[in-house]
Design a protein around this ligand. Sequence first.
Ligand code: C2E
Ligand code: CA
Ligand code: CA
Ligand code: CA
Length: 279
Amino acid sequence: CKEHKSSEYRIYENSMNAKAPEMFMLENSFHGALEKGEFALYYQPKVNIFTQEIVGLEALIRWQHPTMGLVPPSIFIPLAEETGFISEIGSWVLKTACDQIITWHHQGLQPLSVAVNLSAHQFYQPTLLAELDHILSTTQIDPQYLELEITETTAVENIELTTQLLQQVQTLGIHIAMDDFGTGYSSLNYLKQLPLNTLKIDRSFIQDLKPNTKDLEIIRAVVALAMGLDLEIVAEGVDNAEQIQVLKELNCKIVQGYYFSQPLPTAEMTRMLQDNWQQ
Ligand code: C2E
Ligand code: CA
Ligand code: CA
Ligand code: CA
C-alpha cells in the first residue's frame, strides 16, 4: 500500500537494510511502550457485498510513537519479531481484541467475529495454546468469534507442526484464516491438509481486478476451490466499485477494504457497528 504511505514512513523503509538510527530508536522504545498505552487496535470491517452487512472485523495494530508519530505495523512488526518483543505485543493484541468482543457484547451489539493476526514467531511459540485457552476462560468469549490469521509463509515453515497446532486451535473452537492467500507458496497439498475456515485472497489479485483479466480468472478458480472445500472466502484490499462489480459476478461475497472502510479506532468502529445494526 505504498501510495498511502506518507513520506515519514519512507525513511524507515529505505533504511531497513542498513539499520539506520531510526530503527535502533524504535527498537529501544518498545520497552515500556505497551505500559504507556502507545499501542492501539484499529478495526476494519468485512462486509457482505450483497447485503452491505458487516460480517466480521480484523484487528490491526497501530503504534503512536511519542516522537516519531504513527509507525505502521509493516515497519515495527518485523522489528518486533527480530527482537522477540513480538510475544508481548502479540499477547496484548489477543487480550485487547477479546476484551473488546466482550465490551461490544455488553453494549448489546450483535456478536461478530474478530480476526487477529499472528506472526510466525507467535504461532510457533510453545505457549500459544495455553495462552489461547487462558484468554478464552478468563474473558468467557464464545471461541467461534475469535479468528486467527496466519500467512502461507508462516504455515509452510513447518507444515506438519502447523497442521498439529491448527488442529489444537480448532479444538478450542477458534476459527482460522489463511491470510495473503496466493502470495506465498500456495499449494493444493496444504489446502488438503490444514484445517482452515477462511481463505483471504491477497490484495495483489484485487488491485487491478477488471473484466477479462488473469486476476479475474484466478479469483474465479479460488472461489470455486473454496466452495468445494467448504471454506469462506474474503477478498482483501477492495477499494473501488469496479472491483465490487466483478466480485459480485464471481459470487465472492465477503470483502474487506477502503471501499467500505479504512481500519477505524474503537470508538468509531463502535458507532459504525451501532449504525449497521440499526439499519
Ligand atoms: P494484513 O494482515 O494483510 O492486513 C491488511 C493491510 O491492508 C492493513 O494494513 C490494512 O490497513 C490494509 N488495507 C485494508 N484495506 C485496504 C485497501 O483497500 N487498500 C490498501 N492499499 N490497503 C488496505 P496495516 O494495518 O498497515 O497492516 C499491515 C500488516 O501488518 C498486516 O497485513 C499484518 O501483516 C501486520 N499486522 C497488523 N496488525 C498486526 C498485529 O496485531 N499483529 C501482527 N503479528 N501483525 C499485524
Ligand atoms: Ca491479516
Ligand atoms: Ca492480509
Ligand atoms: Ca495482504
